[in-house]
Design a binder for this molecule. Structure first.
Ligand SMILES: [Zn+2]
Length: 161
């Protein structure tokens, strides 16, 4: 594998190449030609070629520090958001009933809406009714929480910090 000088990683039991040299954020990244880039994206491109505009790197192993090309795949932002829904859902487990939303929750909901995650999935993820999601979508509630700006397609989701 083509490795850039300075990238160091350990191999875990699960076969992940966990980056230990660039761990300042959720996703290990470095600068290439003056541009911030995630190492996972770099490694993937070295192995399989340039990633088309609008696609993001997803971790099949769920380990965001992993840079094993075998654990990486490309997907759309929408798929990425849906992964997040599934993860949140399992993380929240049996949390039941009508949740009280926080401003942060609403921001997450608005981001999901922006990227086309179905209302139903968002509702399950956030433990609220679909009506709640619909009201947010229609700007009937939570209007003081600003809608996030949709990023230009070329930018990677990992630029979010
Ligand atoms: Zn992995």
């Amino acid at each position: 594998m083509a490795t850039k000088k300075g990238i160091d990683f350990v191999v875990t039991k699960t076969g992940c190449f966990e980056c230990i040299s660039h761990i300042s954020g959720r996703y290990p990244r470095f600068r290439v030609n003056g541009q911030k880039k995630t190492i996972s994206r770099h490694v993937y491109e070295e192995m399989f070629g340039i990633i088309p505009n609008g696609l993001v790197i997803r971790h099949k192993c769920d380990n965001t520090k992993c840079i094993n090309p075998e654990h990486l795949e490309t997907g759309t932002m929408k798929e990425n958001m849906q992964d997040m829904v599934v993860r949140n859902r399992s993380a929240k487990g049996s949390r039941s009933g009508k949740a009280v939303l926080s401003e942060h929750d609403v921001k997450v909901i608005k981001t999901m809406l922006l990227y086309g995650v179905p209302n139903k999935d968002i509702a399950i993820c956030m433990s609220v009714g679909e009506t709640t999601i619909l009201q947010i979508k229609k700007n009937e509630t939570w209007t003081h929480v600003p809608w996030p700006k949709k990023r230009k397609k070329r930018k990677s989701i990992y630029e979010v910090s």
